[in-house]
Design a protein around this ligand. Structure first.
Ligand code: GLA
Length: 733
């Protein structure tokens, strides 16, 4: 007993000193250990100078346990050593046949690159390791940053051409992540399409390669740049999960590959499809950040690590970012038919509900009557707003709300003054069709003049009007991505420069207008990733606002992203998309699991509906911080035809918890499952208060955390039917 106590003390001490020193280097064996509170990642230089991955998993405290990187012998002439080793950042060259992290063509056609360790630089929580080709001065600097308290490791790479000849970079990845040797792994990832984003996929990893990617110019609705891999035995709250998220809003690619040598490798960064980035002597290319982590407690804990990291380290406001204001958005109520009088009526009603931010959506500018015209002409439409926006903004302010506005800055309708003046500003190949989607074309934001135009009109809009919020939309994919002002060999730089300019514009606008907040929208969730999240405060997850469909989307969304950025509107019933009828209470509760917004035609609400929404907005405000910043537990997933769906959040102090429970449709004899709550303080006492619904008769009004977690919460036997919702809060006494 004594022995065990002293051993665990030693482990705790060692772990805490490791956390204090998150990067360790053991010179004698040339190994590095990168340690967070949840994980250790180790790599080392082998006798030939190759940087090899050595370990990724639960925290280690004894660096001496990690052996030096070794050179493997070939298994056969067909199975060379390089394929058996776990190279940290393999270039394509020598005997490597798996997915490389770097592929380069020299001016003379030579394409062989073999990287070896040169030097490294260590700071408190970051490490740069410089590699160089065995012959030429083609350098790669691998950047590592440890977030010890968040359990996250960040990687990216800088590729430098220090030779005297130009190079063409054909693959520039951010990182290769090697899983512990073995088989039987499972991959989890998020797919979808317009109005059906963030659906969870879970499948076995077999030999060969799975490609997750976007070729659409933006992040895309189809696959989100996030993955999780488990050893085949993980669940919501148990088992090892390795996960990662790529911070890039342009064409991206993540490959998941199982080699014939029991090795799973994940390689991700800039999409190699149609990619070629020229580097003149002295030039460099930076790849996007690829964040990753390890959780020993399943997918729930992996999500919670990401949620906190996103809020505290990625979001523009970081630790000081505020929970999102409850907003009203006019889109589903008025579509393009906005005008001063109508918006004032909506604003007056919204204010009475307790809304804090009134957002006018599409239709306020240019000759914008529908989606055929006007995009690109960012002047206020004089028929709809004869006195410009000021009277409406003043009215919104007088009602005690902030004012927000919709823009779609990267797009143009051919029927616009902008396009008539600058037809050469769009992505296109000369002499080829310009494919339209939603009657619009994509401005080539990679061009400096287009970048300056977009920054200029947005800066003017924000300088001339008291605007607190911009919903930044992006409503089509790329096609014909030509940039014919550049020499042919340079044109594919568009894939990098476009996205960089997007980030630069957002950064500059935030700098010049620090009080303005932003939402990333792309026809719903087409641009949600850790790259854009550095510059925006929230995202629009989907144009599908049906409250039942949203449960599944929200479930998937929270695997990768914090509920704080998940804007969720309550809209009208029957729903415009799927004609489903649901009660206002169900709609409100579905949306209250994220950042709440109202997007219905509130002028049509009955007094009863109005009163219910007003009460629930007020109740939401009291528990909002717990919902969007607390630890999220997905107690029952709505996926796979589940009749039920339940989420629970607990604030970090464990003084408050909120439970949302939903029924799709009950069958007689199948009661709602007892809910064993999570994350409470077992010795604290919590009072249960219904927000909507009732607990089963006899449920104690106050009970210990141990009771709620080990016995659980039973819902009222009358909680049945179709599309029903209930919500409860628990407050520590
Ligand atoms: C996109 C957005 C919607 C709305 C419309 C306006 O579809 O996702 O929320 O803003 O554009 O045209």
């Amino acid at each position: 007993m004594r022995h065990i106590a002293s051993l665990s003390l030693l482990v705790a001490l060692a772990a805490s000193s490791l956390t204090a020193q998150s990067i360790q280097y053991v010179e004698s064996r040339k190994i590095w250990l990168l340690t967070t509170r949840d994980s250790t990642y180790a790599m080392g230089v082998d006798p030939e100078g190759t940087l090899q991955h050595l370990y990724w998993g639960a925290p280690l405290w004894r660096a001496d346990d990690v052996p030096a990187a070794a050179v493997r012998r070939e298994l056969s002439s067909f199975d060379p050593p390089a394929m058996l080793q776990r190279e940290e950042f393999p270039a394509w060259g020598g005997t490597r046949y798996y997915e490389p992290a770097l592929k380069v063509t020299r001016a003379d056609g030579n394409r062989d690159v073999v990287l070896r360790y040169v030097s490294h630089q260590m700071r408190e929580s970051s490490l740069d390791i410089t590699l160089k080709d065995i012959r030429d001065d083609i350098q790669v600097v691998l950047h590592y940053r440890v977030y010890p308290d968040h359990g996250i490791l960040e990687r990216s790479a800088t590729i430098r051409n220090e030779t005297a000849q130009p190079l063409m970079v054909e693959s520039a990845q951010s990182a290769t992540w090697n899983l512990p040797a073995g088989e039987g792994y499972q991959l989890t990832y998020l797919t979808g399409r317009w109005a059906a984003e963030t659906q969870v996929n879970h499948e076995a990893i077999h030999q060969g390669m799975k490609v997750l990617e976007s070729r659409k110019g933006h992040t895309s609705h189809n696959i989100n740049p996030w993955f999780a891999i488990d050893a085949g035995d993980a669940g919501e709250e148990h088992g090892s999960v390795w996960f990662g998220a790529l911070a890039w809003s342009g064409n991206w690619r993540i490959t998941v590959e199982q080699t014939p040598y029991q090795q799973v490798r994940v390689t991700g960064g800039l999409n190699t499809f149609d990619f070629a980035y020229p580097l003149k002597p002295g030039e460099a290319l930076d790849t996007p950040a690829f964040y990753a982590g390890y959780s020993a407690q399943g997918f729930g804990a992996a999500s919670r690590l990401l949620h906190r990291f996103e809020r505290e380290e990625i979001a523009p406001g970081g630790l000081s970012s505020r929970v999102r204001p409850v907003l009203y958005n006019s889109w589903e109520a008025t579509t393009f038919n906005v005008n001063e009088a109508g918006q004032k009526v909506l604003a007056t009603t919204a204010a009475k509900l307790g809304v804090e931010l009134f957002v006018m959506d599409d239709g306020w500018f240019g000759q914008r009557k529908d989606d055929h015209a006007g995009l690109g002409d960012w002047y206020v439409n004089p028929e709809k707003f004869p006195h410009s926006l000021k009277p409406l903004i003043d009215k919104v302010h007088a009602l005690g709300m902030d004012f927000g506005l919709w823009v779609e800055p990267e797009m143009v309708n051919p029927d616009s003054d902008l396009y008539r003046k600058h037809p050469d500003w769009v992505l296109s190949f000369p002499g080829r069709p310009r494919s339209e989607q939603r009657n619009q074309l994509v401005l080539n934001l990679a061009r400096p003049d287009v970048r300056d135009y977009v920054l200029g009109f947005l800066d003017k809009l924000l300088s001339e009007n008291d605007i607190a919020f911009l919903k930044w939309d992006y409503n089509r994919n790329w096609t014909e991505p030509g940039w014919d002002q550049l020499p042919a060999s340079e044109q594919k730089r568009v894939y990098v420069e476009f996205t960089r300019n997007l980030y630069a514009i957002l950064a500059e606008l935030r700098h010049r207008h620090p009080k303005v907040e932003f939402e990333s929208c792309s026809g719903g969730g087409g641009r949600v990733d850790l790259g854009i999240l550095r510059y925006v405060d929230e995202v629009w997850p989907s144009d599908n606002t049906d409250p039942f469909d949203r449960l599944t989307q929200q479930d998937g969304f929270t695997y990768a992203y914090t509920p704080q950025i998940m804007m969720a509107w309550v809209t009208d019933s029957p729903h415009w998309l799927n004609k489903r009828s649901t009660s206002l209470s169900y709609r409100m509760l579905s949306s209250m699991q994220g950042s709440l917004g109202i997007g219905a035609n509130i002028a049509n609400w009955s007094p009863e509906e109005f009163a219910l929404a007003k009460r629930l907005i007020s109740e939401y405000r009291q528990v909002q911080t717990t919902i969007v910043q607390g630890d999220l537990y997905r107690l029952i997933s709505p996926r796979n035809g589940s009749e039920f769906s339940v989420t629970q959040t607990v604030n970090p102090e464990k003084t408050q918890s909120v439970v949302f429970a939903f029924i799709h449709s009950t069958q007689q004899g199948r009661l709602f499952p007892r809910l064993k709550l999570k994350g409470l303080d077992p010795v604290a006492e919590y009072a249960l208060s219904p927000i909507v619904g009732k607990p089963r008769t006899g449920t104690p009004p106050v009970a210990s955390g141990a009771w709620w977690m080990n016995h659980g919460l039973d819902l009222d036997d009358g909680f049945r039917g179709d599309f029903q919702g209930a919500a409860f809060r628990l407050d520590k006494q």
